[in-house]
Design a protein around this ligand. Structure first.
Ligand SMILES: [Zn+2]
Length: 269
């Protein structure tokens, strides 16, 4: 996350020096401090609702979810009220740990037999206990300016190329060539101002590998609480149900989650 955060800092420093040249340090420093804001509990709820479109569990959802969550927390010696339970709206079988205290499951996960639902929740608790959810929230927050800058530069480049294309259709080859040169110049300026941006795509496989290590770690946390067998059964059922997982090497390198068969193998170990 370091390259993304440094490129964001460079973006904020540029904004600071343009918006308030006399006190150029104020905006980047405020932005660095803003990381503390995302760790307050109210921000968790805001993200769950607005960004992830999660909703509060109904009384019926809670009948299944709450006993399972309390059982997991009792086993782990963790206060269940520290965390907030949510329902995520997607169709598949899934669960999420986000921010400092968000734990969410899909409706399909609620249909699981209690030991498997507990195993899923134990995995999510593992993400929280080992700090994965907090760190990825902070990483996401600190990468926003860099990603915003990439988006903006991409849009400007597309606009310039579109103008160049429309001129080339009407015989204006010189304008078309100028638009390509302008985009190359823009790219060179961006690289000169913020070379760290170049590292972001390079870091993608590293980030994915770290995320996969986090998944194994959360599985291990669930297993250490006694949910290893239930989690293996769930993953095996998943593999059988989907007819096995076939992923290209590129998908494997960039996947944030290990293949279910690999997770089963590790859990067995
Ligand atoms: Zn996970």
């Amino acid at each position: 996350m370091v390259p993304a955060s440094i490129s964001s800092l460079v973006v904020m420093a540029l904004i600071g020096s343009i918006a308030w040249p006399a006190q150029a340090w104020v905006i980047p420093v405020l932005w660095v401090v803003s990381g503390a804001v995302v760790l307050i509990p109210a921000f968790d709820s805001l993200l769950a609702r607005r960004l992830f479109s999660m909703r509060e569990p109904s009384a019926r959802d809670l009948q299944r979810l709450e006993p399972a969550w309390q059982s997991v927390c009792r086993t782990a010696g963790v206060n269940p009220d520290r965390y907030r339970l949510w329902i995520e709206g997607s169709q598949g079988l899934n669960a999420f740990a986000a921010g400092g205290r968000t734990v969410a499951v899909t409706r399909r996960a609620l249909e699981l037999p209690p030991p498997m639902l507990e195993a899923v929740l134990a995995h999510e608790l593992g993400h929280h206990v080992h700090g994965h959810a907090r760190v990825s929230l902070l990483g996401w927050w600190y990468s926003l300016p860099a990603r915003g800058a990439i988006l903006l530069v991409g849009l400007v480049a597309k606009g310039i190329l579109a103008v160049g294309r429309s001129f080339s259709r009407h015989g204006g080859a010189a304008v078309a060539l100028a638009s390509v040169l302008l985009v190359l110049l823009l790219a060179a300026a961006v690289v000169f101002l913020n070379p760290w941006l170049l590292l972001i795509p390079v870091m993608a496989p590293v980030m994915a590998a770290v995320a996969r290590a986090g998944e194994y770690r959360a599985d291990q946390a669930a297993a250490s609480l006694g949910y290893g067998v239930a989690l293996q059964d769930l993953l095996k059922g998943w593999v059988a149900g989907s007819g096995g997982e076939k992923r290209t090497w590129r998908a494997r390198v960039l996947a944030s989650h290990p293949a279910a068969v690999d997770r089963v193998r590790r859990l067995r170990g």
